[in-house]
Every structure is written in C-alpha cells, then in structure tokens.
Ligand binder design. Structure first.
Ligand code: NDP
Ligand code: MG
Length: 394
C-alpha cells in the first residue's frame, strides 16, 4: 500500500489522479489533498477517499472550510498555508507526491517533496522551468525519483531505453527527440484575426480538457516552449537535440528518433489518466480507465512545423532556454502575469507574447544559486511584467 499526497487535487490533473487512484484501492491510500479556492470540491473529494489531511494553500479560506467540513461530518484534519503544503508533501508517511498545482505556486511544495526523497509525479512543469538545475541537483542529492506526467515527457520517457544515461543521447544511439504539439485552437486562424481571440475561445482546446492557464499556453504554444525547457532538464538535452513537431490529432504524444532510422512513438487517446497511471505504477502497468485507441476508425495523422509568426512564445522560450536559468524563470513569471491579464480581459491575445518579450528584454542576466534567489527573481520579474501590462491596458 502506497500513501499519496495530491498537490492541486481540485484541478484538472488532480481530479484525474484521484480517479486513477480510486480504481486501485488496495494499492494506494490518499494521505493528503490540497486546494486553493475550491472548498466544496475538496470536501467532496475527501468524502470519496478519506485522507488524513486536507490543506488549503491560503489561510484566508480556513474558517469557511472548517465550517463546511464540520457540517459534512467528514473526519479529517484541515490545515492551511505554505508551510502546511510543504509539510504534507514531505511527511514521513508519504511515498508518492503528485505535483499538480498550477504555475510558480507549485515550486516550494514540489521542492519540499524532492528534498524529502519522494517519488514525485511531476505535472507542474513551471517548477522545473523556474528552478532547473537546482531541482535536478536536489533530486539526485536526495534520491527522489521524478516521473514525468506531462504527456510529451511521459511519452519520451516511455520511448527511451531503460538504461538511458542522463544527457547522453549518443550512447543510446538517439539522434533526436521529437516533441509533438497540437498547435492549439488557433492553428488555422488567419494571423490578422489572432488579436481578436477571446479567453473563452483560447480555453476551448480541440483535444484536451485542461485548466485555464495551460489552455491559454497551448493556444500561444508557450506550453510547448515550457515543455522544451522541461525536456532539457528532465533528460539532460541540448537545444539542438529537440525538434518541435505539429501533430494536430494529439494521438502521438512524442517520439524518439534513433540513429538507425527507427522512430519510437508513444500513442494513446488524449486523456491525462494514461501518463498519470504510468507514473503512478511505474515500472508496472495499471488500468487507467482510458478507452483504448481504435486504429480502424482513427482516421489520418498529420504533421508540420510551427510557424514563428503564429507562435512567437514558442521561439521566445527556446531563446530563453539558451540564455540560461535567469531567462527561463523571467519568461515563466512574465507569462503567468500576461496570461492572468488576458484571462481577466486586461490585454489581448497577441499582447501575451509582447509582454513576455518586453519583460525578457528588460530583465538583465543574473545568477540564481538557491531556491530563495529563484523566488526573489520570480517576484521581481512578475512586478516588471505587471508594469508592462498596466502600460498596455492604460
Ligand atoms: P488547474 O487550474 O485545473 O488546477 C490547478 C490546481 O492548483 C487546483 O487544485 C488549484 O486549486 C491549485 N492552485 C491554484 N492556484 C494555487 C496557488 N496559488 N497555490 C496553491 N494551489 C493553487 O490546472 P491543471 O490541472 O490543468 O494543471 C496543473 C499543472 O499540471 C500545471 O502546471 C500544468 O502545466 C500541468 N499540466 C496539466 C495538464 C492538463 O492536462 N491539465 C497536462 C500537462 C501538465 P483550486 O482549484 O482549489 O483553486
Ligand atoms: Mg504537455
């Protein structure tokens, strides 16, 4: 029996994780669930899995949640605040931590799990983008195992040989990593119409049902940019090792190309329960509840190259990844501010990449030697991005 802590339980990945876990009650027990604002959903989840702890990231919601919990009659302890998040993610009783908080807010609890040597199922790509080398170093130092949940990285992980050595593609005969992306809902929208696209249109992803932030990131392809950086850190890759390939059907989740001409692909219906079940049970396989692919009715696969004029954020992220840690942290911070401003109606869709670009250009290079420095730099970049947003919305 393994004890699991789900950070960000009320989100899209958190709910899918609980769905998989509840299919295997004799294998997994839920130790803690965390949420930010959705108290009712958290309590409903607690009724299903009776965790030892429920944690709210924000103290401000504690009393309301305590009252709702008392009324529900569910016996579980309620905690709140940043320290409580880190505590449940690193508790001795916990074997597995699902890191599924959205954005930079996930950094500290995810790092706490890594430093406690847990098996970490990493969905929160932003934490790795922000802290890169420090994250990977901490995982090695504390013997944490990092299992990629992002579907592309999970696919790459499945297509790599089991004796793959971090960073050494040539020893395994690998010539490149093919990172696939659907191109989002605006893949065919005329370029001159992009600036009119609304939050509702941006969040209507053709294949995946996801949280709002990652949905907008998919529309701008910043998501693929963050994944490019994530792949570099997870597998120790150079920029030149990775090719981004458009694949609108989202059936092939990524591929590994070998020097003998073979290409290994991982496929499946676009449902995050597949990579979640894979990470959870690795190296075993368990039922995820996902429908099998039906190749007789699936139709055609197509592939292409992402246009720079349509997806400037993707190319900004590749540039930042080459510039170094300060730039990827700055870009992630700017993007979170810009996406929130877009969702809030303060800026237009095409202004997201403009905010990102301006912020990157304004933030001079610096060394980030520890997590505290990353957090301070992240704050600085967010306030700079906020100023840029204000100058646009005036
Ligand atoms: P959602 O927006 O659906 O869920 C986010 C979760 O984080 C919720 O539980 C939310 O709580 C919580 N949360 C929000 N803000 C904070 C905060 N400030 N402090 C602590 N917790 C907070 O996001 P997704 O599930 O879509 O994405 C989660 C992560 O997984 C992201 O990093 C994303 O990039 C990654 N990912 C997602 C995929 C997907 O298919 N959805 C695919 C691959 C990666 P509440 O709801 O209670 O407010
Ligand atoms: Mg992905």
């Amino acid at each position: 029996m393994q004890n699991i802590c789900i950070l960000g339980a009320t989100g899209s990945i958190g709910q899918s994780t609980l769905d998989v876990v509840l299919r295997h009650p004799s294998e997994y027990r839920v130790f803690a669930l965390t949420a930010h604002s959705q108290i009712d959903k958290l309590i409903e989840q607690a009724r299903l899995c009776q965790p030892k702890y429920l944690v709210l990231s924000d103290d401000a919601n504690y009393h309301e949640a305590k009252q709702a919990l008392l009324t529900s009659g569910i016996k579980t302890e309620l905690l709140s605040g940043a320290q409580a998040l880190a505590d449940v993610a690193s508790a001795d009783e916990v074997d597995v931590v699902m890191a599924a908080i959205v954005g930079g807010a996930g950094l500290l609890p995810t790092i706490a799990a890594v430093k406690a040597g847990k098996k970490v199922l990493l969905a929160n790509k932003e934490s790795l983008v922000m802290s890169g080398e420090l994250f990977i170093h901490a995982a090695k130092e504390h013997s944490a195992s990092i299992l990629p949940i992002d579907s592309e990285h999970n696919a790459i992980f499945q297509c790599l040989p089991s004796d793959f050595q971090y960073g050494d593609l040539s020893a395994s005969g690998i010539s490149s990593i093919l990172l696939t992306g659907s191109g989002g809902p605006f893949r065919e929208t005329p370029l001159n119409k992009l600036s009119d696209m609304t939050p509702a249109e941006a969040c209507a992803h053709p294949n995946w049902d996801m949280g709002r932030k990652i949905s907008v990131d998919s529309a701008t392809m910043m998501n693929k940019g963050l994944e490019f950086i994530e792949a570099r850190w997870l597998f120790g890759l150079q920029s030149s090792d990775i090719k981004v390939v458009l694949h609108p059907q989202s059936i092939i989740h990524s591929m590994v190309q070998y020097c003998d001409g073979s290409v290994l692909a991982q496929m499946g219906n676009p449902d995050m329960r597949t990579p979640i079940a894979h990470g959870l049970a690795f190296p075993k396989r368990i039922d995820s509840g996902v429908k099998p692919l039906d190749f007789q009715t699936i139709g055609q696969f197509s592939f292409g190259e992402p246009e720079p004029a349509r997806y400037p954020n993707l190319y900004l992220a590749i540039e930042a990844s080459n510039a170094g840690q300060y730039a990827t942290t700055a870009l992630n911070a700017a993007n979170e501010v810009a996406v929130a401003a877009f969702l809030d109606g303060q800026i237009g869709f095409t202004q997201i990449s403009q905010v990102n670009q301006e912020c990157l250009a304004q933030m001079a290079g610096c060394q980030l030697n520890d997590i505290e420095a990353v957090v301070a730099w992240d704050h600085e970049c967010r306030s700079q991005a906020q100023q840029i947003v204000s100058s646009y919305s005036r």
